[in-house]
Each structure stands twice: as C-alpha cells, then as structure tokens.
Write a protein that binds this ligand. Structure first.
Ligand SMILES: Nc1ncnc2c1ncn2[C@@H]1O[C@H](COP(=O)(O)OP(=O)(O)OP(=O)(O)O)[C@@H](O)[C@H]1O
Ligand SMILES: [Mg+2]
Length: 481
C-alpha cells in the first residue's frame, strides 16, 4: 500500500514537473527550441507519462487530415478561445476561425478528453523552406486504442459537413431529359418560417436525427432516406419549408417535375442521377401521379404500339414506379436522401402513398395560428406581439384563430405597410376580423367551395391538354444526363 502511494506521488510529481516545464518552455523559449525540448522531455519521461502525442503536419502537398482538423476545430474554437486567427476563402460567405500559434483547445469525444495544440515553427536554418505547421493531438495512452480511429473519422465527417454547408448549393430541375442546375439561394430558414414553434422543433429534431443516423439505418437494415409529406392550402409555406430544410441541412434540391418524365425507366434514371445529401421534391403529387393513372387500356394500347410494343410501365410513369424508389428495391440506390411530396388535397392522394411506412412524417401546413403570427410580426415588423399591449394582442389572437388566413396572405398585409408598424397592425387586425366574421357567417365556406369547383375544372382542363400533347409524343427526347 505504502509502495503504491509512493508510486502515485512520484507520478504526480513527474506530471506536475512536466506541466510546469511545458509552461516555462511555452513562455520562455522560441518555438523551434520549445518543440524540440518538449519532445525530449516527453521521451525522457515516456515510461511514466500517460499521454501519447500525434502530429498532423501541413504538407507541401495536401494533407486531407490537416485541413479537416483545421476546419473541425474552427467550428468550436470561436466559443472557447480568446485569441483567434480569422480568414475567409474567396467566394465564401463565412469566416473561418483558427487557433493561433501554440494555442491549445480541449475536446471530448465518446466521453474521452483530448487536447489539440497548433504549432507553427519558422525554419531558421533554411528560411527558404518557410515554416512548419502542425497540430498536435494529445490522448491518454489508455484511450488511444479505443478512440483514435473513430475520432479521426468523426473529424473527417464533421469537416465534410462544414465544407458542404459553406459551398454553393444547387437547385436542379428536370428538363429535356436531364437535370439542369441553378445556384440555390432561397432565403427561407426555420427562423423565418411561421408555424407553431413546437412543431418546428419536432421537424428540426427529426432532420437532425436523420443526418446523424447513419449507424442506426445500417443497424436496422433500412436504407438511409426519409420521406415527408407536406400538405395544406396554397400559401401556407410548403415550398418555404422545403427551402428551410435544405438551408438547415446544407443539401441540394432536386425538383422533379413528374409531368416531364415519360416512363418509369426514365424516372429511375433521374433518381439514380441525384447526389447523396439532397432533397428530392415532387410538388403537387396529387396532380402529378393521377396523370398516368388516367390512361385506360384503350389509350395505352396505341401508345404501346407507337413505342415499339414496350411494356406499359416503360411508356408511362406509375405511382408504383415512384414508390419503388422511395420504398422498394431501388430505395437503397444512393444514401442520405430526403423525399418531400407536397399536396394541397391530401384527400385526393392514392391511399398507397399514405400507407404507414411510406412517408415517414405527414406535416400539415395550417392556416396562420397565433404563435405563427407572432413570428411574422417579429420578422416583418420587428415587433413582439406582447409589446402591442394586452388588448391588441388578445384581439389579434382571437381574430387570427377564426380567420383561416394563410401566412402568405398575412405577409402581404405586413409587407405593404412595413414602413408604418402602427398602420400595419391596425390594417392586419381589420382584415383578420373581417375574414373571421365572414367565416362565422359561412360566406367564405360557400365561396371556397365555388372556388374549389372552378379550380378542379381548371386542373381537369390542364390535364386533358397534357394528355393530348403526351399522345402526340412531344415528350423531351434527349435522355442525356
Ligand atoms: N409558414 C410560412 N412562413 C413564412 N412565410 C410564409 C409561410 N407560408 C407562406 N409564406 C410566404 O408566402 C409565400 C408563398 O408560400 P409558399 O410558396 O411556401 O406556399 P405553398 O404552401 O408552397 O403554396 P402552394 O401550395 O401554392 O405551392 C412565401 O414566399 C412566403 O413569403
Ligand atoms: Mg409551393
């Protein structure tokens, strides 16, 4: 027991000595001498010393790991260090923080504490060779075996995430048989999205779990993809939600126009030509997939002949062709993909699409609620509803819950009057009250029903026009990708 105590005391004093020496060396010696002395000291005390050190050097060529460590550390050094070096890459909108020379930072991975140091040494003997830069990673010897590889993998993954978030992203759309891209710069975010904060949090949590779920999907034998069905009246923020999701995750968007896809096999080609970490969007799915279902046998037969007697599924797209990708065998082609379908009429959707397990989350985008209105007031007028006074706030709450107005309609009123906050709130209250009253009298319901009939007729006409042009085989013929 006494021996043990003695060993511990020796060890503690050695570690204390080393820490003391390190501090002295850091403050007194020039960097090149400091590094050499530290190395010597650590080697001399190696048998007692419980840490091991790894140098990750910036090569003349490219050291992926050095760059990754730099990026990874930059994601949290800003919060914990007082002196940082700042840089900004050309065409980048974000500033990178980095450790200054000989600064240290601690990190914890899988319950294990590690320490990083950034070292820059000027070459005195050969000034032409400039400086040597490296990171030193300090890990306890007993943890090395368990975490080193997984920690470095984690750093590479995180660095890739940061790179992706900083890079320019694209919105792809299918046209003339191939994907065409434009830079994606939609300003919608979860902060600007007006909806109940709790539901918003749930969706963000779900997205976070999805992105971090690689191991989960592997373990459970599921393909790494997720499906969201966004439904609700026009102007409630379905497209804005998709843009917010893409901005939140740093994903590209593939906006798939099903009416421009001529067959299941072309659909397959489009979908296999999407990259991972992307959102594949099919808007107004109720309108898109009802088109092929409307082809009856008589209509299909001449088209089959016209296309050299191919299988019917090769001449048209079907819901099952689509579901094969979101759900079936083809769903495993490519990983980390999110499917988002939108619809104004969930009741018109094929039950096959709604069956459990098909779309993981059904999200109803509702008319503007009071919590959503508060977000719009904050974003458009920079005012908190509570600051309007008890009376106005409660009038707004009551009117908005009865008005059934979309965030798009409310935004219009606020934008129009945004230079005069008082007028904006006053006019909004008037409009909301008028709508609420009309709702209570049932006028609006009748009007909506009339509008719905008109809208349905219009949709029917559009579909008939599309079908006749389809029979004329005027689909895009170019199938290059
Ligand atoms: N929930 C919301 N939060 C913030 N802004 C919204 C919201 N809903 C609508 N808006 C505003 O209204 C405009 C139209 O909304 P958006 O295109 O997202 O609606 P939508 O539900 O996709 O409509 P549609 O069914 O016609 O496609 C947006 O540009 C945005 O400014
Ligand atoms: Mg939309």
């Amino acid at each position: 027991m006494a021996d043990m105590k003695e060993t511990w005391t020796t060890l503690a004093s050695l570690l204390g000595t080393l820490a003391f020496c390190q501090t002295i060396l850091r403050n007194v010696l020039p960097p090149q001498l400091r590094s050499a002395s530290l190395k010597f000291l650590k080697r001399a005390l190696g048998c007692y010393y419980s840490y091991c050190y790894f140098e990750i050097t910036k090569n003349d060529g490219v050291n992926e790991l050095y760059n990754a460590v730099q990026l990874y550390l930059s994601s949290f050094v800003s919060a914990s260090c007082s002196c940082l070096s700042l840089s900004r890459a050309p065409n980048s909108s974000s500033t990178t923080f980095a450790l200054t020379n000989n600064d240290c930072i601690a990190d914890v991975f899988d319950g294990v504490s590690v320490q990083w140091e950034h070292v820059v040494i000027q070459s005195q003997s050969q000034p032409s060779r400039g400086e040597k830069r490296f990171f030193t990673l300090r890990i306890r010897k007993c943890d090395r075996e368990r975490i080193l590889d997984s920690y470095l993998d984690h750093i590479m993954d995180k660095a890739n995430d940061i790179r992706r978030k900083n890079r320019e992203r694209f919105l792809y759309t299918n046209s003339h048989g191939c994907w065409r891209q434009v830079p994606f710069k939609h300003p919608s975010t979860f902060d600007t999205l007006a909806m109940d904060p709790e539901r918003k949090r749930d969706i963000m949590e779900d997205l976070r779990d999805f992105v971090a779920g690689k191991a989960f999907y592997q373990r459970t034998g599921r393909s790494w993809k997720r499906g969201y069905l966004l439904y609700g009246p026009p102007g409630t923020g379905k497209s804005s939600m998709i843009a917010a999701m893409a901005n939140f995750l740093g994903y590209d968007i593939y906006d798939l126009e099903l009416t421009k896809v001529r067959s299941n096999s072309q659909l397959r080609e489009f979908l296999t030509n999407t990259s991972s970490k992307s959102i594949i969007v099919i808007e107004d799915i109720d309108c898109s997939v009802s088109l092929p279902k409307r082809l009856n046998a008589q209509q299909a037969a001449p088209r089959r002949a016209a296309h050299g007697g191919e299988d019917r599924n090769d001449n048209t797209i079907t819901l099952s062709g689509l579901l094969n990708f979101t759900d079936g065998l083809w769903s495993c082609c490519g990983s980390e993909r999110i499917f988002v379908f939108t619809s104004n009429h969930i009741e018109k959707l094929d039950p096959a699409l709604l069956r459990s397990g098909r779309m993981d989350m059904h999200i109803y985008m509702s008319y503007c609620s009071y919590p959503a209105l508060k977000i719009l007031l904050r974003n458009y007028l920079d005012i908190e509803a509570e600051d309007l006074g008890e009376v106005v706030a409660s009038e707004l709450r009551e009117a908005v819950e009865k008005a059934n107005m979309t965030p798009a309609d409310i935004s219009e009123v606020l934008i129009k009057n945004r230079r005069n906050k008082g007028r904006a709130v006053g006019e909004l209250l008037e409009v909301l009250k008028a709508r609420a009253e009309r709702n209570e009298n049932g006028e609006l319901r009748e009007e909506c029903q009339l509008n719905e009939v008109e809208q349905e007729e219009q949709e029917e006409q559009e579909k008939r026009a599309l079908e006749s042009s389809e029979d004329g085989s005027d689909f895009d013929d170019d199938s290059s990708y």
